[in-house]
Design a protein around this ligand. Sequence first.
Ligand code: GSH
Length: 247
Amino acid sequence: MTSNKPVLYVFAISHYCEKARWALDFLGVDYKLRHVAPGEHMEIAKKLGAPRSSVPYLSLNERVIQGSADIVTWAEDESPSGKSLTPDAEACEQVEKRIDDIAGVHVRRFYYSEALVDDPSMIRPIFTRDLPLTKKLMISLGWSKIRKIMISRMDLGARQGKESEVIVDDELCWIDELLADGRSYLVGGEFSRADIAVASILAPLVVPAEHPVYSRLQHPPRLAEELSKWEQRPSFKWVRDIYARHR
Ligand SMILES: N[C@@H](CCC(=O)N[C@@H](CS)C(=O)NCC(=O)O)C(=O)O
């Protein structure tokens, strides 16, 4: 018997996937979570008729919704709980778009520039997490090839990592400034999609205890040292607090 539940396709490690997953969970949408292996994600996307290869994508019976922002919008429209995540559409969109387009890309590049280049065995388990045994084996056997493709596609390396670190620092300054007036939430005085977007995109750096995947993630040594300098930033504390209260 096939289920009619929407299926959310994710990489366990992806912060954009966490964003979509958190919104679906928060809004009480019933869905099936499906972890996919790198490579497999492209084949499934194509089969479902998604315009691009990237996860997350949500398969409804008759169509597919791709991209974390569109999935959040769909989830809000469909929410059985009647909860909303958009107190101010324009303000939420401004924050969400900036965090997705800039920090989303550079947190990943900063992180992987050490994790995938210098310490690949440390993060391999997260790529095979929750996959069926055959897929786990496939990833393990093809790991050096997958790693090379990712290094080239995301333009990773020591110089690139430093470059992204500076950009992430600037984006953290922006969030620190937003929080400087003592607000608990980024937009409209209530928990919104802007909070989910910012907290989930920064989560690979902050590793909040409530995160479904990263809570057990260990940072590679040099990254850990760099991140220890940011531990007391308002943005880091805020991400921990938002996760503790809403995830
Ligand atoms: N803006 C997109 C970004 C999604 C994205 O970059 N996904 C990455 C994982 S973090 C991915 O699937 N990369 C592999 C690919 O594009 O084929 C979103 O919000 O969903």
